[in-house]
Design a protein around this ligand. Structure first.
Ligand SMILES: [Zn+2]
Length: 1009
């Protein structure tokens, strides 16, 4: 680095200043200021509730007294972490606002509301000087976060760093059964405001601490209800937390990709506006403190290596300091791989900050109990030299001691190295802007002629929420792009080669890919990678490759999330920097697809392109008659796909208004096209849940709610009591449960007392989503009968992943059997499917090749007989000759062999044999046989993104099957069409089934026999 003289002296003085600070810091001992009085009563309680002295530290074994600042007892009636005390979010906020009123060192900000309307807050704490300079500091951090604003001027960056203080953002209790953070953060806030020990004063003077004490507010209040019920019924089993947030439970911490939940959006917006250097999320599932910031490999492939070095620095300091305090069970490695960007804390990792996460040890409530660990938890390992104790009495206070001690040591270390981390923040931001000329790519392009402009706009809006800048081409432009596999020069593999192909995608080092020129039309969207938040765009739009032989065999979460594929939208990665010179303008408002009515006429046509807005359109205009074309047609000089909407009688103004709002293109013509049609209605939908788990079905509800598709929310218990389901519903959707078919029928064991989930004065936050007097009973045999009757009477029952096991095993689906894989590893992966029956209404709007989310989906076999299995190849028997020679019995002339049966594909039923027809008891009539709509691609094409190993086991098998049953249908998904708000490109398979529920046999070609 060459610097001009004045800058060099500035640089040197900063250097000496930071060095001095570090030396000064080294002399600051953690522990109380003997000149500051302590709150003796509070301190006594801390000692009483801490179960052993080594579960505390010199930072938290006392509480400084204050004459005018209230401590947490003011709200809790006892100390933080006291047994039996679990505050509601409102109580936590009340305390934070008491602090704000009592001290100029605190400011409380409202950062939005939850799905159920509860407030989320962020509490800023620092010295008066820091609080007074919040806005000017924010302005400086904003410049450091976007080095373009200072023309990448290094000297100016150094001046900004020298003048700035860092912001360290802590978030608590996103996981509602992990209950300790709110009280830990209340007391931490108090200490940061009041404590005059040099150690804490140093933090207050050098770091702005920002705290969201409750992230999952709806779930927190439900958890407190459950705990209070437990306190009121001391000798009984208590209901477990079946609902956390309004939609999802544990996976609220997997939403940083799709941003479906308000809590993620609120934290994202807080992050983007405060420009903190750290986002530190608190969890409680590992004894006693697993600082999983360092975690384990593989690391996310798109983050800056500077960040991964920062993880090591902070993580090891944390372990080291707490080891010196003599606190057992503090460690930094473990089984958490740092691959997926879906975690809340990863918002920082992908936006040039530092992501951090603690797992401490909680009791899921505030009871003090004896906890016995498993050997894997208490054994010493190389990274855990002082492991947790095999058995210990554990209290919420212990947990609060660990949480606060760890946070204080981190804040102190961060303050002592604040200039380094601020400069790193700048460098990481700058390197994100420099990406096109370093590692690339230069941009991602979303072509202006994509057939699904609505889904494209939705994907771009998600990127905008991530803080990504979007540009739009104002003229066509031509750049070099990677040559597509399968374009003229790379021949497709032959069928024979395909069948013998290796099950997993080849992992050979590839030479530089060949390129070809491609011209994109004006109106194409360009995600420039020379912007500060390019890393999140790159991480989300790129493909993932997880090697089957990766040393990490304990995979923590999804291995793939490629957004373009899952949205069924084309996204082109462009490394040619020429793309940045294309004529374009920055999009300054939300990306919207154009919606209007073109031409004039009394008949209105809407092309079916599987854009999700079409389902909203249908339900918004539920009283307008609409038909679906059963074949493609041409009209108004355009091609229309199968399934396109034909509207013969409607008010043009109403249509125009809705089309404009939803971004749908309508074409008016004078005469309806002459094509076979059937009505598409707006049927009555029920989403059925169990009382076992609502984790995965929540993603279905959120998808339906966002698209304004109305549905009834019913439980298996409701179904068990209702023999006339068909009178209420046309479609019942049964999303994955994850507990097995028998548990769906049986529910929970009926031992002990009932487990109510109801709104009462003791539990005011339960029951708002659904309620029951007793969570234990399941669907039962009556429920099974009622569901089967519903289908026979004409209803549509949709099952996905493990609920297909339920449907198949309990006899809903003649001709389909299921196996679970033995070798397949598709761990949250994206796999390619192929069209089998494009005439099925379920396939309307889709083309041949759809990428879908799959998590070791069930493997279906198809048969034309009841109870039969799928095709099996018969290898030749031992005998004379080569493998393809016939054997020859000796001593007689050779017998003439029958014609070999026609080749049967793995997604097909074997042809009906003469033997089956002779007495056709089990033979399914042709119009009741399973109809395969999509299948998995063959082994060579199956892999799209993530980890796929043993793929031959599922390759070419049926992926989506429509099974007629009586007057109704059962629809089976081996893939999962609704996952974490990321799979918007496959939503319409379900919507098609819903809209065409009473005409699913349309376009079906029946077998003759
Ligand atoms: Zn957790």
């Amino acid at each position: 680095m060459t610097l001009s003289r004045p800058f060099r002296s500035l640089f040197l003085s900063i250097f000496f200043l930071t060095t001095f600070l570090k030396i000064a810091d080294a002399q600051i001992k953690p522990g109380r200021d003997p000149n500051q009085p302590i709150d003796q009563e509070y301190t006594n309680k801390i000692r009483e509730y801490t179960t052993a002295p080594y579960f505390n530290s010199p930072l938290t074994d006392y509480l400084p007294a204050s004459a005018d600042v209230p401590n947490p007892k003011a709200v809790l009636g006892d100390v933080a972490g006291a047994p039996g005390k679990l505050p509601y979010a409102e109580d936590v906020y009340k305390y934070m606002r008491m602090l704000e009123r009592a001290s100029p060192r605190v400011k409380v900000y409202s950062i939005g509301t939850t799905e159920e309307g509860r407030e989320m807050i962020a509490v800023a704490i620092g010295s008066e000087q820091l609080i007074n300079r919040l806005e000017e500091n924010r302005a400086r951090l904003t410049k450091l976060a976007d080095p373009r604003s200072i023309n990448m001027d290094e000297a100016e960056a150094d001046r900004l760093v020298a003048a700035s203080f860092p912001v360290y953002y802590i978030t608590g209790t996103i996981h509602s059964p992990e209950t300790g953070s709110p009280t830990a953060l209340m007391e931490l806030a108090y200490r940061l405001v009041v404590d005059n020990s040099p150690y804490v004063k140093f933090i207050r003077d050098n770091v702005l601490t920002l705290i969201t004490p409750v992230v999952e507010v709806d779930g927190r209040n439900r958890m407190v209800d459950v705990y209070n019920w437990h306190l009121a019924h001391p000798n009984e089993n208590w209901p477990y937390l079946i609902y956390w947030g309004h939609y999802v439970a544990h996976d609220n911490n997997r939403d940083a990709i799709g941003l479906s939940l308000k809590l993620t959006r609120n934290v994202m917006n807080t992050y983007l506006s405060w420009k903190p250097q750290v986002l530190h999320d608190l969890h409680e599932s590992v004894p006693y403190l697993y600082d999983n910031t360092i975690g384990d490999g593989p690391y996310n492939a798109w983050v800056d290596p500077i960040l991964t070095d920062e993880w090591q620095m902070i993580g090891w300091n944390n372990v080291s300091e707490m080891t010196k305090f003599g606190m057992p069970g503090v460690f930094a490695h473990g089984n958490f791989d740092t691959w997926s960007p879906g975690y809340l804390m990863f918002i920082a990792a992908t936006h040039n900050g530092i992501s951090r996460l603690y797992e401490t040890f909680g009791n899921a409530g505030a009871d003090t109990v004896e906890r016995t660990l498993s050997p894997s938890e208490y054994q010493r390992t190389w990274y855990r030299q002082n492991p947790p104790l095999p058995k210990a009495k554990w209290s919420q206070r212990n947990n609060n001691n660990y949480q606060q001690t760890a946070l204080l040591t981190s804040l102190h270390y961060f303050g002592a190295n604040s200039k380094l981390f601020l400069k790193n923040f700048y460098i990481k931001s700058k390197r994100s802007i420099d990406k096109p000329k370093n590692e690339g790519p230069a941009a991602y392009v979303l072509p202006g002629d994509d057939p699904r402009l609505g889904n494209q706009a939705e994907l771009l809006r998600t990127l905008q929420m991530q803080g990504v800048e979007i540009s739009k081409a104002t003229a066509p432009f031509t750049v070099a792009v990677k040559k597509k596999p399968g374009s003229a020069t790379s021949p497709r593999p032959s069928a024979a080669a395909t069948a013998a192909a290796s099950p997993s995608p080849a992992a050979s080092p590839t030479p530089t890919p060949k390129t070809e020129d491609r011209t994109f039309p004006a109106g194409s969207y360009i995600v420039r990678i020379d912007q500060p938040y390019s890393r999140i765009a790159d991480a989300l739009l790129d493909y993932q490759y997880w090697a089957p032989n990766d040393p990490q065999q304990d995979i923590y979460d999804d291995t793939a999330w490629t957004m373009g594929e899952l949205a069924n939208v084309e996204v082109v990665r462009v490394t040619d920097v020429k793309v940045l010179q294309a004529s374009m303008e920055r999009v300054t408002s939300e990306v919207r697809s154009p919606g209007s009515i073109k031409n004039a006429g009394s008949v209105f046509l809407v092309n079916h392109n599987a854009d999700n807005a079409l389902v909203t359109f249908r339900y918004r205009l539920k009283d307008v008659e609409m038909d679906a074309a059963e074949e493609p047609f041409e009209a108004a000089g355009r091609k229309f796909n199968r399934g396109s909407f034909i509207i013969r009688r409607a008010n043009g103004d109403d249509l125009r208004r809705v089309a404009d709002e939803l971004g749908i293109q309508i074409y008016a013509v004078n005469d309806a096209p002459s094509v076979r049609t059937h009505p598409i209605r707006a049927p009555r939908i029920a989403v059925m849940h169990t009382w076992l788990s609502t984790q995965d079905e929540g993603w279905y509800r959120i998808g339906l709610d966002h698209l304004q598709v109305p549905f009834a929310y019913i439980s298996t218990q409701d179904v068990s009591r209702d023999p006339n389901l068909k009178s209420k519903y046309d479609v019942i959707l049964f999303a994955p449960v994850g507990r097995g078919s028998q548990a769906i029928i049986n529910g929970l064991p009926m031992y002990g007392n009932p487990l109510p989930w109801k709104k009462t004065t003791l539990t005011p936050n339960l029951g708002s989503i659904d309620e029951t007097d007793d969570m234990r009973p399941g669907l039962g045999w009556s429920g099974l009968q009622n569901l089967q009757k519903f289908v026979k009477e004409g209803g549509l029952f949709i099952a996905v992943d493990d609920t297909t096991d339920f449907a198949i095993n309990y006899g809903f689906t003649a001709g389909v059997s299921v196996n679970r894989s033995s070798r397949l590893r598709a761990v949250g992966a994206i796999l390619r499917t192929k069209m089998v029956d494009a005439g099925s209404p379920i396939a309307y709007g889709y083309s041949d090749s759809l990428a879908m989310y799959c998590s070791n989906g069930p493997i279906f076999n198809i048969n034309n007989g009841v109870g039969g299995r799928g095709p099996r190849t018969q290898p030749r028997a031992t005998g004379r000759g080569t493998p393809d020679d016939p054997d020859v019995p000796q001593g007689r002339p050779p017998a003439e062999l029958p014609e070999p049966p026609p080749r049967v594909e793995p997604w097909e039923a074997p042809p009906v044999t003469d033997e089956q027809r002779r007495n056709a008891i089990g033979l399914i009539p042709p119009n009741q046989r399973p109809r395969v709509v999509l299948r998995y691609a063959d082994s060579r094409e199956l892999f799209v993104s993530g980890l796929l190993d043993g793929g031959d086991e599922i390759a070419q098998r049926a992926a989506i099957i429509d099974v007629p049953s009586g007057n109704g249908h059962v629809l089976l998904f081996s893939t999962n069409p609704f996952w974490r708000g990321q799979t918007k490109g496959s939503y319409f398979l379900v919507f098609n089934a819903i809209l065409n529920w009473d005409n699913l046999n349309a376009g079906r070609k029946l077998a003759e026999k």
